[in-house]
Design a binder for this molecule. Structure first.
Ligand SMILES: NC(=O)c1ccc[n+]([C@@H]2O[C@H](COP(=O)([O-])OP(=O)(O)OC[C@H]3O[C@@H](n4cnc5c(N)ncnc54)[C@H](O)[C@@H]3O)[C@@H](O)[C@H]2O)c1
Length: 262
């Protein structure tokens, strides 16, 4: 028996990239995964791939930035299962790079609406069931952009730092209910979100990573799966960097390593 057998998992933004890999990983461990995404076609495609492999999945069109849609969705999950064991707040966008002086209200608000409001709305609804059932595992997708915010991405950085704040408060509120809440800070991972930057600078970015590769969605899914297991009960409020060592390396490391290796 797998360790997530018959658990109910909700993954947002699961129609592509990291979310898709997470949905697949949790389903192979035995969870019934709600593959939710604003892009219904992609959600249906991922759910049918999972079912085709003999695991359990249900596709659902969900815009996480819409509070009413989120609460309707969790009400349906509650009516059907009376529980949600795992929530992965993964839905996100990269947005358009822009200097703060040029950034529009619309760009700023959209970024916060999806990442911050979306994670909050889903966590609020899921936590009601988790508290009642005295069990839950929540994993929020932050980013290396909340280790140090990127120039040109003030909206993205602000949103990803906010997700860490939400994670820490929720971890404290829910610990007594056997609910853990953690964040993951991925480095550069190959997906639709990074297609543009990788097409320009893949070699440079892999050389800047100690293990000299670009991360794959599965690299993040493995860590999510670990945090989602009942056994990970002592990890809470943590923000885990998963970046192949990217944020550790600086120019001095490169100079010294080059000197010693050659
Ligand atoms: N790829 C990376 O290098 C990287 C690094 C750090 C953090 N992240 C984070 O990982 C998460 C997943 O990104 P990805 O790289 O897989 O990108 P992706 O573009 O492949 O996937 C994002 C998914 O979110 C969905 N989405 C967008 N807006 C939504 C909304 N309002 N409601 C519901 N779903 C919505 C999209 O339809 C898409 O399926 C994001 O939160 C992103 O910020 C990615």
């Amino acid at each position: 028996m797998s360790s997530l057998t018959n658990q109910i998992a909700v993954v947002t933004g699961a129609g592509s990239g990291i979310g898709k890999a997470i949905a697949k990983e949790l389903s192979t461990l035995g969870a019934h995964v709600y593959v939710t995404d604003i892009n219904e076609e992609n959600a249906l495609h991922v759910a049918s791939e999972i079912k085709g492999e003999g695991y359990m999945a249900t596709a659902y069109k969900l815009d996480v930035s819409n509070s009413t849609d989120v609460s309707d969705f969790f009400q349906k999950v509650n009516q059907l299962h009376e529980r949600v064991d795992i929530l992965v707040n993964n839905a996100g966008i990269a947005g358009t790079p822009s200097l703060i002086s040029n950034m529009t209200d619309e760009e700023w608000k959209k970024m916060l609406a999806i990442h911050v409001n979306g994670s909050f709305f889903c966590l609020r609804e899921a936590s009601k069931m988790m508290r009642k059932n005295r069990y839950g595992r929540v994993i929020n997708m932050s980013s290396l952009a909340s280790e140090t915010s990127l120039a040109g991405f003030a909206h993205y950085g602000a949103a990803k730092y906010a997700i860490v704040g939400l994670t820490e408060a929720a971890a404290k509120e829910l610990a007594a209910y056997n609910v853990t809440v953690n964040a993951i800070k991925p480095g550069v991972i190959r997906s639709a979100l990074t297609q543009g930057i990788l097409s320009m600078a893949e070699e440079r970015l892999s050389l800047a990573t100690p293990n000299q590769k670009i991360g794959e969605p599965r690299d993040i899914a493995q860590v999510v799966a670990m945090l989602a297991k009942p056994e990970s009960s002592f990890v809470t409020g943590a923000s885990i960097v998963v970046d192949g060592g990217f944020c550790l390396m600086n120019e001095m490391d490169r100079v010294v390593l080059e000197m010693l290796e050659n």
